[in-house]
Write a protein that binds this ligand. Sequence first.
Ligand code: FE2
Length: 482
Amino acid sequence: MRAQIVHRLAKDNILLEPGAIEYLMGKDDPMVFARSALAAMRQQPLFLTLEDLAEFSQESVSTKVAPRDVRPSLVSADEVKTMVDLKGRPTDITGNSTCEGNIEDFARYFQDRFQTMRRLLQRRRELVGAGSIRLVRRRGGDVKIIALVNEARTTKNGHLLMELEDDDDHILALIRKDSPLKNESIIADEVIGVCGKMNEGGDMIYVENVIRPDVPLNNDLAPNDSSNLVAFLSDVHYGSNTFLQKQWDRMMDWVKTDGVTSGLTYMVFPGDVVDGIGIFPGQEKELLVHDIYEQYRGLAEMLKDIPDGIKVVVQPGNHDAVRPAEPQPAFFKEVTDMFDSSVMFIGNPCWLEIEGRSILSYHGRSIDDWVNNVRHLTYENPLEVMKEMLVRRHLAPMYGGKTPLAPEEKDYMIIDRVPDIFVTGHVHGAGATMYKGIRMINASTWQDQTSFQKMHNFNPDPAKVPLVHLGTGKITMMHFNN
Ligand SMILES: [Fe+2]
């Protein structure tokens, strides 16, 4: 049976990884399962991996919708759950941190980043047949590799020179100043695919194409019979003297009345729920509540107003009282004890599953680094930054920027699967759009323009609530400014 499956797939130019064979052998009809998994993939891979099969298995489960005739009056906690990644590892760092910040941690972290990103890049048709640096150096001619960018700089002649490395070798790669790729923003520590020509000496690749993993063409969610809504409310900044109490109260009045009747069942808070203390010099002058515990106590009181049937999920951001290094764990017990037991606390970033819909929720600190490192990105258009994250399948590839990253045993910032909904906050913008069927949302703020923002001529877009209908995927932006 085993040999038969390997043989039949090989005839179609599909090779099976050993782990994938074992996985298939555990299925009722291995061949039917393999064929269905291949049919669901937008690009035929050269190697069918265990991760491919596990991903397919998960997707096919999540699209099965349990029939629901009546909306439950009280939502049970297990209707919101944190997801595991494709290798079965947690996507939430809370309780799972192992790093001490030593050299071994860094080596393991970058190895995980390289291996996971390579798997995503191997699915790209342009990279079928990509070899290791060592191999293509020997072969010469037209080459394709997948590698981590050690360094990228502009030479004095105006060319873009990269040093690339993989598991066991490194090589230079050059984008000439007259190349159509000359405006590529290559970020140090990102993993890319490179196609080009090897020079005669076998020590430099002349780059003809840079490949990013991206997401498949169409990921739109299949409608189901849910009539429930999920709301996203980022950057509450409770405790700041620019917290918009009136607008908040207006929003809460809506939640308790029309919100409930229109199906509002989940409220997700993607970070910076309080203003914090000592976040930037002179912040004390902008605080109404000067004690961090009092800030959380005040927020907890406000959230008690949310009707019982609504499930609340709270995530930290860079103003919150957890470690600043990402991934950030959920709040300490001292803080969570202040809130109603129905409030769920998650880390940052985190993958949530709500009624079968996958939601990638990330506060968005790295937007600062994206704007600084990628030419066409701006603070005014965070949705374009989010699109770039999806194209590069990474929330924060840049190491050593404004976003502190903890070298955990896996890279929690990789977007290893395709979410139905992707939400960020941090930049106090409000907007929603679709990218290849994925709903992208930047979830506003409840803080008015601060003096710092005024100085930088930045206008926030506060007091808006993006709502997503879990059955149809329709997004509505609610306004509570007046
Ligand atoms: Fe923030």
